[in-house]
Structure formats: structure tokens, C-alpha cells
Design a protein around this ligand. Structure first.
Ligand SMILES: Nc1ncnc2c1ncn2[C@@H]1O[C@H](COP(=O)(O)OP(=O)(O)O)[C@@H](O)[C@H]1O
Ligand SMILES: [Mg+2]
Length: 503
């Protein structure tokens, strides 16, 4: 009789937290330099989102100190809304925490950022995160938290009541990371952040060395409005989630309530288009019917585009100010496209083209990429904002005759199609690429105008010099012949060229 062999199960399920730790390079924590940079970036993103939501000028303090050559301590403090006590443990330790039915532009995308930093810190140093937070309503609490990685749940090690000077949040954690090597990236990131967010005052201290950024504007952006999802953005998963909350409501009423741009009439037309009964209770929809509905929402071409008021672009005044206060420029031009959409998500692209000796000389302008105002520093080559640059024939726009040029380009969207969870590079979605190419061409035309104007001015000034020389000779010899004083002729030349100079 053969012996029965007990086998280890070949498969195991892993929690979402474990998944992200195992695939940490996807989330921007692939090596010890990137880990420090990504930690700072995620914490700063949350701080700025929170201050803007509170409609306060952001004051963000970052302190980074090396505990030993391999481990550093990062602390980021803000004057934002704070996190209500009952949500704080979940917000900082549960991966993919948050309800995202409603949409409006913000920097955070999927509830992964800060938790990924906390997770990375915990796994590499075995130390907890300390969160000190206070809202306008409560007196302030300090949490010491760990993540239960297997169950993707918080472990609250300690809490204590502790007042802060004012509402806001301080997050402090330790991670294995190379501060020295990350330093330059962090400074570049903050410098570019002050281009897109000139009203934020950010201070940085790395091992005692201090630097500050931004704070050049008092003007805060308005808060974008929250919208329901657009029907074209609904996939089967979203439909399932929305329909499971719908109880016994009729299909038409539920569609009107769940989506933007769907009124009674549009809903009726859509349901006729896919042959579903308006009054059918949502709870009785079969899987096949949900699939038909998902397909219908994509094919039906009678929806208006998504509401652009959920977007929050930088805007002409702030973007120009941001660039001019951060770089030394000889000329700056702003351009923006009208709002558009990709798969039901609203987006808008805007950019500043700047010239000046701060930028490298090249056949193409140097591109500084931003998504929802966040500077993107890694994985540039395949990003749609870089790809679009190669699709424009820059030789048509007098680039060679201009001082070195750079483009600061920002994509604002309720959903940015990042290539990976690290949010470093934007996918080449055709409608976005077309808008960015058109935006670059608009800027190219503006550049050509500036260069032509400059060339014309140089020509005029050369002509003026030559005229002046001939006039002087003429005036001197005539005065000699007539035996009188040399007449005043500079004013005459000035008059002669005044019209031309204004062109
Ligand atoms: N500094 C902060 N101030 C206020 N709320 C914060 C702060 N940091 C994190 N949060 C809350 O924690 C949530 C989770 O943050 P995060 O994991 O970075 O995800 P995301 O930014 O993608 O929403 C945020 O959506 C926010 O509600
Ligand atoms: Mg975040």
C-alpha cells in the first residue's frame, strides 16, 4: 500500500499590502534612493491636497535626518485639515483605503501613497509610523501605528491626546534609504513643485542643511467640484459596486442618480438603445444584462462630455509666476487647450514655454512634466508628454534661432492614466496625446512670433546704427561746407525708426 504524501498547498493568497510590498518597484520604492524620494513625495502630496481642501495657504515642513548611513527618519508636517481620529489608523495603514465613487482632481490617486511609505518603513526598519493630527473640531491625537501586512489592517500600538499649535498633520517614519543620493532629486522635486504650486511655502531640512521653496503667491486655487462618475467611465466593476448599493430601485432612476450627464430623457434613450426596461429593479439585473449595460454606456454617443469643473489647472497667472520665480528666463508664454476627455474622464492640458540660459541647448525644448501639479521626475522617455514633443516639427518654429527653450506641461485630470502605481509616467492615451501635440504647436507658434520679433528688432537696430553713422558724416560735411554748427540729428533718426520699433 502506497504511503499518503502530505503536500504543501502550491498556492497561497496574499493580501493587497503583501502584493504591493513584493512589487514595491511598481509603487516607486524599487531602491533605497527612490524610496526616500517617494516617501517625501507621497507625504508632501497628501499635505498639499489637504491644505488646498481646507483653502489654506500650505505651510509644509520636511525634516530628513540620517539615523545611520542606511536608515533615515522622515517627518512631514502641514497646516491642512487634519484627519478625524476615527479614520486616522485606517488612512495611514490600510492599502487602497477610501471611497472613490465621487471624482474631483486631487494629487492622491488610489489610497496607496502614504501606506506604501509606512509599509516600506516597517518592513525595512521594523519601526512604527507616528501620526500627530488635529482637526478644527478635536484637540489633537498622536498615533503610533504598524500595519498587519497579512490582513491589510492597522495595529494601533499607542494613542495619546496631544495638542498641536493648530489643525494639521505630522507624519514621522523611518525607512531604509540613502539620503545623500536622494537629496538632489528631492530638491529638484520641491523646486518644480513651487512652479506648479507657487502659493505653497515648503521648508526642507536634510541633516541640518536648510532650504525653502515657493510662497511667492497669496492666491489660492479654488476647490474643484466633486462630480459623480461619467457614464463613459463606468466599467463592469464600477457598475457592480454601484448596483449593489441600489437595492430595489428602477434602472432609469438609478442611472440618473449614479452618473453625471444622465437626465431622465437621456437615461430613457440609453435604455431603449440597449433594450432594457426602465423600471426593471437594479437588484434583479443579471450578469449578462450588466455586461450589456457596460457596453451600451460606452457606445451610446448622446452623453455630453464630463464636467470640467472637477478640474483644477494651474492657470496662466500662477503658472507664469511659478516658472519666472524659479528659473531665470528671457521670455515666457502660456497656452492651454479646452477641456477634453479620455474614456469619460475629464482632462485639460496647459503649459508654459520659457527661454533662457538656465535650460540646456538642444534640438527639442527640455520638458518638465506635471500631472495634477505633481512634478514627474522618473521614466520620462515613454511618457505621453515626452512622446508628443517628438511628434512636433520644432524646426518650423524657429527653435534654433531662440535661446535654449523649456516646456513646463501640466496634465490635469480626475484620473491620470499612469503607467504604474509609482505615478511617474503617463500612458499614451490617443486623445491626450492629440491635445498635447496641439498644445505644443500652439506654443511653437508663440515662440516663432517672439523669435521673429527679436530678429526684426535686431535688424532695425543694425539699420539704425548704419543710418546714424551716415547721417553724422552727412551732417558734419554739410556743416563744414556751410561753415556752421553741426545740427542735432539724433532726434531725427529716432523719429525715423519709431514706427518700425513698435511693429
Ligand atoms: N497630511 C494629511 N492630511 C490630511 N489627510 C491625510 C494626510 N495624509 C493622508 N491623509 C488621508 O489619508 C488618505 C490616504 O492617503 P494615501 O494613502 O496617500 O492615499 P491617496 O493620497 O491616494 O488618497 C488620504 O486620502 C487622506 O484622506
Ligand atoms: Mg497620497
Amino acid at each position: 500500500m502506497g504511503q499518503k504524501v502530505e503536500r504543501e498547498p502550491a498556492f497561497e493568497s496574499i493580501s493587497v499590502a503583501e502584493f504591493f510590498y513584493r512589487n514595491r518597484q511598481m509603487a516607486g520604492f524599487g531602491n533605497s534612493t527612490q524610496a526616500v524620494y517617494s516617501t517625501v513625495r507621497e507625504l508632501v502630496e497628501n499635505s498639499l491636497d489637504s491644505c488646498e481642501e481646507a483653502l489654506r495657504s500650505p505651510l509644509v515642513d520636511i525634516t530628513i535626518s540620517s539615523l545611520d548611513p542606511e536608515v533615515c527618519h522622515v517627518s512631514v508636517s502641514d497646516n491642512g485639515l487634519g484627519v478625524p481620529v476615527e479614520y486616522a489608523p485606517e488612512a495611514f495603514t490600510r492599502v487602497l483605503y477610501g471611497s472613490k465613487y465621487r471624482q474631483r482632481q486631487k494629487r492622491g490617486a488610489f489610497g496607496l501613497g502614504v501606506t506604501m511609505a509606512v509599509l516600506y518603513g516597517q518592513v525595512t526598519t521594523d519601526l512604527p509610523v507616528v501620526v500627530h493630527t488635529q482637526t478644527e473640531e478635536d484637540g489633537g491625537t498622536e498615533f503610533t501605528l504598524l500595519i498587519d501586512v497579512k490582513n491589510n489592517a492597522p495595529v494601533v500600538k499607542a494613542t495619546r491626546r496631544l495638542r498641536r499649535g493648530s489643525a494639521g498633520t505630522t507624519v514621522s517614519l523611518s525607512i531604509k534609504g540613502d539620503t545623500k543620493r536622494a537629496r538632489e532629486r528631492i530638491i529638484e522635486y520641491l523646486r518644480l513643485t513651487s512652479v506648479s504650486t507657487p502659493y505653497a511655502r515648503i521648508s526642507l531640512s536634510i541633516n541640518g542643511e536648510k532650504e525653502s521653496f515657493g510662497g511667492v503667491s497669496q492666491e489660492l486655487p479654488r476647490n474643484p467640484i466633486e462630480t459623480k462618475p461619467h457614464p463613459r467611465s463606468a466599467d463592469l466593476e464600477l457598475l457592480r459596486r454601484l448596483s449593489s448599493d441600489a437595492m430595489s430601485r428602477g434602472l432609469r432612476e438609478w442611472l440618473v442618480d449614479s452618473f453625471q450627464k444622465v437626465g431622465e430623457k437621456t437615461a430613457a434613450r440609453l435604455l431603449e438603445f440597449i433594450s432594457l426596461d426602465s423600471r426593471q429593479p437594479v437588484s434583479s439585473l443579471t450578469r449578462e444584462q450588466l455586461t450589456v449595460l457596460a457596453g451600451g454606456l460606452r457606445k451610446f454617443d448622446d452623453f455630453e462630455g464630463p464636467d470640467p469643473r472637477s478640474l483644477n489647472p494651474v492657470g496662466k497667472g500662477q503658472f507664469l509666476l511659478g516658472v519666472q520665480s524659479t528659473f531665470s528666463t528671457t521670455a515666457t508664454q502660456y497656452a492651454a487647450r479646452v477641456p477634453s476627455e479620455w474614456d469619460g474622464h475629464a482632462f485639460i492640458v496647459e503649459a508654459v514655454l520659457a527661454t533662457g540660459d538656465d535650460f540646456p541647448c538642444s534640438d527639442l525644448p527640455t520638458v518638465f512634466r506635471f500631472a495634477n501639479r505633481v512634478p514627474l521626475l522618473y521614466d520620462a522617455s515613454e511618457d505621453v508628454l515626452t512622446r508628443a514633443l517628438r511628434k512636433v516639427n520644432w524646426s518650423r518654429y524657429s527653435l534654433r534661432s531662440s535661446p535654449p527653450a523649456a516646456i513646463f506641461v501640466n496634465l490635469s485630470s480626475t484620473r491620470v492614466p499612469f503607467k504604474a502605481a509609482g505615478k511617474q509616467s503617463i500612458d499614451a492615451v490617443p486623445s491626450i496625446e492629440a491635445e498635447v501635440v496641439a498644445l505644443y504647436r500652439d506654443l511653437g507658434r508663440k515662440l516663432r512670433k517672439v523669435v521673429n520679433r527679436g530678429q526684426r528688432a535686431t535688424r532695425v537696430s543694425r539699420k539704425k546704427k548704419e543710418f546714424s553713422k551716415s547721417f553724422r558724416l552727412l551732417a558734419e560735411s554739410s556743416a563744414n561746407l556751410a561753415e556752421c554748427e553741426v545740427p542735432e540729428y539724433e532726434g531725427m533718426i529716432q523719429n525715423l525708426f519709431e514706427v518700425d520699433e513698435d511693429v
